[in-house]
Design a protein around this ligand. Structure first.
Ligand code: MTE
Ligand code: MO
Length: 409
């Protein structure tokens, strides 16, 4: 059992106690609230519209919810199970018939505004399975803790997205030679309600923007994007922090400098350029922008706490992914990392998709075991077994995932 699971259990216990006191426990079966909302029982009934009831709600203003590992036991993540990470408030007006995407910026040759219908009719469509992982996934294991959503393992998913290449649209507008970065803007609103404030506006270097897999998408798994995930239009930039995948997309700006929108500068989505001691304060100038995400894996079956019989094989399965790279191998250990044995790994269905791994394990003797999984990418980089470099905002925790198994006859 890892620290984060203890935290979750603790929250759930406090919540159940609070609900029992008011006789509401049977009405509020699945909501799990963060401590600060325990006093507000109206929020206890909340479930995010269209989302699986077992998503774990970390915040309701803005909405943030993660997916328990066992719900990710699907090759392609269904949209009702994909984690939600909002920095602001969901836009009120999202009429697709009126939706436009403006392309401008110092390095745009002929700035232009496209209607959604034009984007759909004038450019070639592409469908790709791409991994979205929040840069802060795994933050709950930071010690000293890092502020922000206390994601455990579930701020990741890999739906199959449909849209057009960002590259095709940028090339239609024309890119000046001095272009270095793109920045996105979406139609969501700042938490303060101030219409002049932007909740988030991030971007990527031109080299990433112009990759074949970088999409402007209007559909996922064959259906329109759900409102929570950016309806009617979003960026999908696989392998990089999901904060680069702008939702409710209505503007892209082609910059002649590194984009300086909200949450691009300061400490947001940045880690110390040089490793620092846990708890350090790091000046902004020494913080570097996160690019490709590190190699990682998750165990989606069985879930932690599973009971198995001695001498009987059981199936284990999950996914592994590696930012801009692919996963070369995945191994497991049932003795806390002393011995590792290989697992079968599928190739990715397309570049930047996650890969499925599976295996069978037999526990001969009764007792408590942990099943650990470790992926290695095509550069030969392994996942660490414990939290790698501590950083002030709690990003890039790619430590091995593990589940607890009880073997008894
Ligand atoms: N417009 C807009 N785009 C956004 C965000 C946001 O708050 N507003 N959050 C970003 C962050 S931090 C993440 S992790 C992903 C989450 O995507 P999802 O909610 O579809 O899983 O969206 C990104 N795109
Ligand atoms: Mo994120």
């Amino acid at each position: 059992m890892n620290v984060s699971e203890n935290i979750k259990t603790w929250n759930r216990r406090r919540f159940v106690q609070a609900a029992a006191l008011t006789g509401l426990s049977s009405l509020v079966p699945s909501a799990v609230l963060s401590g600060k909302h325990l006093g507000d029982l109206m929020t206890a009934n909340q479930q995010i519209p269209g989302k699986h009831p077992d998503l774990i709600i970390l915040n309701d203003r803005p909405w943030n919810a993660e997916t328990p590992a066992h719900l990710l036991d699907q090759e392609v993540t269904s949209m009702d199970r994909l984690f939600v990470r909002n920095n602001g408030l969901v836009p009120e007006k999202t009429d697709p018939e009126l939706w436009t995407l403006e392309i401008d910026g110092e390095s745009a040759i002929k700035p232009q505004t496209f209607t959604l219908n034009q984007l759909k009719s004038e450019f070639q469509h592409h469908s790709l399975q791409l991994v979205l992982e929040c840069g802060g996934n795994g933050r709950s294991e930071f010690d000293p803790p890092a502020k922000g959503n206390q994601w455990t393992t579930g701020a990741v998913g890999a739906p199959k997205w449909t849209g057009i290449r960002l590259k095709d649209v940028l090339e239609r507008v024309g890119i000046k030679d001095d272009a270095v970065y793109i920045g996105y803007y979406g139609k969501d609103r700042h938490l303060s309600g101030d219409p002049n404030k932007v909740p988030i506006s991030r971007g990527v270097p031109m080299s990433k923007a112009l990759e074949d897999e970088t999409l402007i998408a209007w559909a996922a798994n064959g259906e329109d994007l759900p409102l929570m995930h950016g309806f009617p239009l979003r960026l999908v930039i696989g392998g990089w922090p999901a904060s680069t995948s702008g939702k409710w997309l209505n503007r892209i700006t082609i910059r002649n400098q590194i984009h300086d929108g909200a949450k691009m500068t300061g400490q947001s989505y940045r880690v110390p350029c040089e490793p620092v001691a846990p708890g350090s304060t790091v000046p902004d100038e020494q913080m570097c922008i996160i690019e490709s995400m590190p190699v990682k894996s998750i165990i989606t079956y069985p879930k932690t706490g599973a009971m198995v019989k001695p001498g009987k094989s059981i199936r284990f399965s999950g996914h592994a992914w590696a930012g801009d790279h692919s996963v070369k191998s995945v191994a497991y250990s049932i003795d806390y990392g002393v011995n590792w044995s290989p697992l079968a790994v599928d190739p990715p269905v397309n570049r930047l998709s996650w890969q499925h791994w599976r295996g069978e394990v037999k526990f001969e003797k009764p007792g408590y075991y942990e099943f650990w999984v470790r992926a290695t990418d095509d550069l030969g980089s392994d996942q660490p077994m414990v939290l790698p470099g501590w950083n002030p905002r709690g990003y890039l925790n790619n430590a091995c995932h593990r589940v607890a198994i009880k073997v008894q006859s």
